[in-house]
Design a protein around this ligand. Structure first.
Ligand SMILES: [Fe+2]
Ligand SMILES: [Fe+2]
Length: 404
């Protein structure tokens, strides 16, 4: 018989306490406890944040340098699109899979998060699992009579940018855009993906078979809301620089990682917030410095703020990864947790754990260094032939999917 979430939590808490006392003499115990506490503290603070409606760039007005020819137009968000949703799950599906236009994804995200935060809608509605054209009945006996939405393989997106292989994307040096606009375009594409990824986590795992609590969905709806503001800032700044989203090609790696982790919530936590989003912590400060070096303090302020807020998203991933592992999967020791994380990453996105890493920022988010940095653990034996094979398989797989 399956236990409900709270029963599993009680049993697993006992396991965790036993395990902690067993591991108390471990040399990494202090570090793991500190990281665990960091992730919890960041997530607790994150959940206290009020609704943030700052989609414009008013907050960077104090930055001095702004060339005279720059336009400062807040992007137009269509209030008409702020529709009322039946449930968070319906909102998430609609935003990811039925909404092509970027501005619509943004305004609908704000509306859905506000409605959920205010208690106007639940995670799932009464009709969300009715069998219809869009659903198929689960063949697995594990989820009783639940029916599942058949998720499309691709999110709804605007016609441009054209999606190409990563090595075909323009680099800052050969980009047709000036450096600042190139950076803002790249980050805008990441933020658009991040909206879809957060909402896909909400709709994909709100199926009752996943047995996740409301807090899980509130956290990821908040992440989606953040990503929408981040995208708004990038779009506005791109406009100020005389450019717009879609002008240069972009790659699809973030979505592929999301799609490949669709079956399991631990895989999703490992691949998206803990691997993909943690890369933002590593890259953000360097991008900011380059923009400051070119005198674009306004763009630098945007990148700095986005990077700071991404730390919350990484912490949310670490928090839920640990919680689900410990309370539901009986994965309790630090070594087991690390192995589960690395299993997901090496299986689904093997090329992503590359330095240089922002160790301090990652630790603030609750990410223990020896989970992601092989050089930090002298006992780990890297099998370079296996890694090379996995990377080659990934590239072949990507090429097949991009050409189909
Ligand atoms: Fe973001
Ligand atoms: Fe993020």
């Amino acid at each position: 018989m399956k236990m409900n979430y709270s029963q599993v939590s009680r049993v697993s808490s006992r396991n965790r306490n036993r395990n902690r006392s067993r591991n108390s003499s471990s040399s990494s115990a202090g570090s793991s406890d500190r990281c665990d506490a960091n992730a919890r503290a960041v997530v607790e603070d994150y959940r206290r944040l009020p609704l943030d409606a700052r989609t414009g760039l008013d907050w960077v007005k104090s930055v001095k340098e702004r060339p005279k020819n720059q336009r400062v137009n807040k992007i137009e968000l269509d209030g008409e699109k702020e529709r009322s949703f039946k449930s968070l799950r319906v909102a998430a599906k609609t935003i990811v899979y039925e909404t092509n236009e970027v501005e619509e994804k943004i305004s609908m995200t704000h509306a859905a998060f506000r409605q959920f935060l205010n208690g106007e809608i639940d995670v799932c509605g009464e009709d969300d699992f009715a069998v219809g054209e869009e659903t198929r009945t689960a063949s697995s006996a594990s989820s009783a009579s639940a029916s599942f939405y058949v998720f499309p393989e691709r999110p709804a997106r605007p016609e441009t940018p054209k999606l190409v292989m990563p090595f075909s994307c323009p680099s800052p040096k050969n980009s047709p855009l000036p450096f600042s606009a190139h950076v803002l375009h790249t980050v805008a594409h990441i933020e658009l993906n991040a909206i879809d990824l957060a909402w896909d986590t909400v709709c994909r795992f709100s199926d009752p078979s996943h047995r996740l609590p409301r807090e899980f969905f509130l956290d990821f709806a908040r992440v989606a809301d953040d990503e929408s503001r981040h995208l708004s800032w990038c779009l506005q700044r791109l406009g100020e620089l005389g450019h717009s989203y879609g002008e240069i090609d972009a790659h699809d790696m973030l979505w592929l990682g999301c799609y490949d982790s669709r079956e399991n919530e631990l895989d999703r936590m490992a691949v998206v917030p803990m691997a993909q989003e943690a890369r933002g912590l590593d890259a953000g400060p360097r991008l900011r410095e380059k923009l400051v070096g070119r005198g674009d303090n306004r763009s630098a302020a945007i990148i700095e703020r986005i990077t700071n807020e991404e730390l919350n998203h990484v912490a949310v991933g670490v928090f839920w990864f640990r919680k689900i592992c410990i309370e539901r999967e009986n994965i309790v020791s630090e070594e087991q947790l690390k192995e589960r994380f690395l299993d997901a990453v090496e299986r689904l996105t093997p090329d992503i754990l590359r330095g240089p890493f922002a160790h301090d920022e990652r630790e603030k988010a609750g990410f223990q260094r020896n989970w992601y940095d092989k050089t930090a653990d002298s006992s780990s034996n890297s099998n370079s032939a296996e890694e090379l094979k996995a990377r080659l398989e990934l590239i072949v797989n990507m090429e097949e999917r991009m050409s189909s």
